[in-house]
Design a protein around this ligand. Structure first.
Ligand SMILES: NC(=O)c1ccc[n+]([C@@H]2O[C@H](COP(=O)([O-])OP(=O)(O)OC[C@H]3O[C@@H](n4cnc5c(N)ncnc54)[C@H](OP(=O)(O)O)[C@@H]3O)[C@@H](O)[C@H]2O)c1
Length: 263
């Protein structure tokens, strides 16, 4: 931690709800937000994984958790209520729960596959945003951050449901930013390139079960910085967008992709 962070925790007194908090980016974001003074509600669908995540993050009075599937409206509403009850309000939403879905050509994708990806990645983000509006208005403002992807601005063979879902996230972010600007609620998307964690490994393995390393090598050739990003690097961008440092940022998709989409 550098001097600047020690002297000025950037989320002091803020309350954040993080969905998909048991995943790579979600946990790294929770850890950084706790370090920066926020109270954090971890939301995820697996009670077991939540327990493990909490154990890794350590005991902290500013940390709580709630089990909710991102596709379940009542559970999402209850997660927002639980956050307000635990910490007195809500200032930051990290709508991060997401699934890569199956990697298959379009003619091999099933209706169920497609629907599951859209339900999680699009309806899940929309629900979290929807139920955070009232408590954020009560606080006089807030910051909503949704995880889109480079998949929100480019295509990629074999990933039709995921690509469609991440483009939709960007559309949601732009629309909700327009609706909530006057209420001082900023709404932004993060667009990571390949991040070195479970999800990208699943995509590599689905693309080539016999040689996932070759897929990784191929993806790496498409990244000007010639490496995957880390969960911690994405968390730093989330911190910026969540904090008052980003006071004039809304409606944008903020790429963090080693230059992948610059070409
Ligand atoms: N990794 C990358 O390269 C990359 C690149 C661009 C964007 N992203 C986006 O970043 C976000 C975080 O993903 P990650 O990279 O951290 O991958 P991850 O480690 O697989 O984390 C995904 C998280 O979402 C949760 N989740 C999935 N379906 C859910 C559902 N129906 N209800 C509730 N939670 C659900 C997972 O819970 P379970 O563990 O219970 O499944 C997990 O906590 C995702 O939106 C992803 O699309 C990732």
């Amino acid at each position: 931690m550098n001097q600047k962070h020690e002297s000025r925790p950037r989320l002091n007194g803020k309350v954040a709800m993080i969905t998909g908090a048991t995943g790579g980016i979600g946990e790294a974001t929770a850890k950084l937000f706790l370090q920066e003074g926020a109270s954090v509600m971890l939301v995820a669908r697996s009670a077991e994984k939540l327990k493990e995540t909490r154990e890794r993050l350590g005991i902290d009075t500013r940390l709580s958790d709630f089990v909710a599937d991102a596709t379940d409206e009542a559970a999402t509403a209850a997660a927002v209520d639980a956050t307000v009850k635990a910490f007195g309000g809500i200032d930051i939403l990290i709508a991060n729960a997401g699934t890569e879905g199956p990697v298959k050509p379009i003619e091999a994708q099933s209706m169920a596959d497609f629907e599951q990806v859209l339900r999680t990645n699009v309806i899940g983000v929309w629900l979290a945003m929807k139920y955070c509006v009232a408590p954020m208005k009560k606080r006089g403002g807030g910051s909503m951050i949704a995880l889109s992807s480079i998949a929100g601005v480019i295509g990629s063979p074999g990933l039709a449901p995921y690509i469609a879902s991440k483009h939709a996230v960007y559309g949601l972010v732009k629309t909700v930013a327009l609706e909530l600007g006057a209420s001082k609620i900023r709404v932004n998307a993060i667009g990571p390139g390949p991040i070195d964690n479970r999800m990208i490994r699943s995509i590599e393995t689905q693309a080539s079960s016999e040689n996932p390393d070759a897929v990784r090598a191929y993806f790496t050739t498409m990244i000007p910085m010639q490496r995957y990003g880390t969960n911690e690097e994405v968390a730093q961008l989330a911190l910026f967008l969540a904090s008052d440092d980003a006071s004039y940022c809304t409606g944008g998709i903020h790429m963090i992709d080693g230059g992948f989409t610059a070409a």
